[in-house]
Design a protein around this ligand. Sequence first.
Ligand code: SAH
Length: 385
Amino acid sequence: MLELTNLALGSGQPAYRGQQIFDAVYRQKIERLDQVSTLPLEYRARLAEQGWGVGFPTIARKFISSDGTVRYLVEMADGETVETVWMPDGDGGESGDGSEAGDEIESDRVVEGLRPAARGQAPSPHVSWRRATICVSSQVGCAVNCKFCFTALLGVKRNLEAGEIVGQIAAVLRAQGVEPPLQRVNIVFMGMGEPFLNYDNFMKSVRLLAEGVGIPESRMTVSTAGIVPRIHDFGQEPMRPKLAISLNGSNDALRSEVMPLNRKWNLGELMKAAREFPLRARERLTFEYVLLADVNDAPEQAREVVELVRGIRAKINLIALNPGTELPYRTPEQDRVLAFQRILVAAGIPTFVRRPRGRDIFAACGQLKRTVEIAPATSLSAPLD
Ligand code: SAH
């Protein structure tokens, strides 16, 4: 908002023009600068000359899972694409609103009115939802190189602007016919990219979402692979989402093998940052742990995790590896996952097994990779009109 005010002032316009632009974009959802009728014609033309524009990113493709999850391929103005995932019933782990997840007992209360409004779109087979979650990307590709993650195979192409992060959400909300704050939506910054390597734009998008789109930061969760200095910075933010940290290894040797980033910031530094992280009342820090069969899923490794998180008000989300053909790891059997969970729970750590969402359309954790680079579209893909 301040930036828009400064933009207006910089062109010799009154300060309130900043607010007018903000309202045009976020309230009126105008998609062309020349249609922002609250601004004088000359100023509209001037902004256009300076290269400014308003509007939504384009949804280039969408893929619908049998579980109701929708994976969108979202195209930015320069043609770069990222993936954004709509999960009508939450993501089974990080709803960002304080509700627990995984194999929790779900309330059978379906709030009427929380239905995606029909907007001339084909009726969805899943017409009602309790707590939809949007999983948003922060970068085109990713530079972190985790050995079990598909996105890593892309490398990083560029950071997304704050407006592009918000744009993904705005585009998906519009496609779903959903309007916060009337309907409750959670945001997880867990798509492509490492949000803490695009920290300023990520934080700016948080503020825009809260002020412009009407999604409070208490319904947002950001996940980091463990960029330690930014964990410190994030703890100082006056307004911030909840924090999740991808742990994925129970000791340094193991974690460095699956997440080479651990050689830069090892478990000692990471857990120190986690321990010092200023949690709010009733807030818990989330640790995510991707279980890789016969690599990090043994009972003794669960016991190492217990020692690591001792003393931290934490919860753990276990994610059985979502498979990908180019990955050198296997998904553990369910009883192995449950045995791992039991050890953590017995130690008093709330631990949830995340339901995989949208595996059949490659929308699950770690499976996001620009569609154009994966196999050709399957029968599940629906080209948009
Ligand atoms: N870069 C951030 C945000 C991505 S979050 C981070 O690493 O935290 C994506 C989550 O999915 C991370 O917790 C990651 O560990 C997990 N993940 C990555 N690849 C996966 C896979 N193949 N199967 C299951 N989970 C995976």
